[in-house]
Write a protein that binds this ligand. Structure first.
Ligand SMILES: Cc1cc2nc3c(=O)[nH]c(=O)nc-3n(C[C@H](O)[C@H](O)[C@H](O)COP(=O)(O)O)c2cc1C
Length: 158
């Protein structure tokens, strides 16, 4: 096998379908949030979530400052939100026009399939990303189909 390079690595891992979330945190100037698919459940007892955030993510700074974070799992109709939160637009612009509410002290996207609130536990440097884990303090679910990211595009499950 040839030695891998970053572009090949990225293209290879695009074959792994994932759900799409918005990782959120409350800041002094309002909510912060980033589209993230490097997110998963980590432990059941205790209930822990894991998210990987780029070192340059403004949301990472907000998560660390708040010591809490939220995860909203998007449904298939929320692709515009996924696109908007994947940008470096001014943070307030990302939230303009988005229906959201604070649940257990963290911002949550209204109508998301799952909304979780977490107390920040671990912050682990890992390459160009930082792994954060958090203990789940609140969760809410609704019925619906997930938004999926696969092959570099957003798509419904079907
Ligand atoms: C489908 C998709 C998944 C993404 N997953 C992640 C992720 O898991 N972690 C991350 O740090 N950035 C991820 N990004 C990129 C961030 O959304 C992007 O860098 C964003 O501008 C960060 O915003 P912030 O600086 O306001 O936190 C993803 C983008 C897309 C389109």
């Amino acid at each position: 096998m040839p030695p891998p390079d970053p572009a090949t690595f990225r293209a290879a891992m695009a074959n792994l379908p994932t759900g799409v979330t918005i990782v959120t945190a409350s800041g002094p100037d309002g909510p912060a949030g980033a589209t993230a698919n490097a997110v998963c459940s980590l432990s059941i007892e205790p209930m822990l979530m894991l998210a990987c955030l780029d070192r340059g993510s403004r949301t990472l700074l907000a998560v660390q400052a708040a010591d809490r974070f939220g995860v909203s799992v998007l449904h298939k109709g929320q692709e515009p939100i996924a696109r908007s939160f994947a940008t470096k637009a001014p943070v307030a612009e990302k939230w303009a026009g988005v229906e959201w509410s604070e649940r257990d002290g963290v911002p949550a996207i209204d109508d998301a399939l799952v909304s979780l609130a977490c107390d920040l536990r671990d912050v682990l440097a890992a390459g160009d990303h930082v792994i954060v884990t958090g203990e789940v303090t609140a969760l809410e679910t609704t019925e619906g189909d997930p938004l999926v990211f696969h092959g570099g595009v957003f798509r419904p499950l079907d």
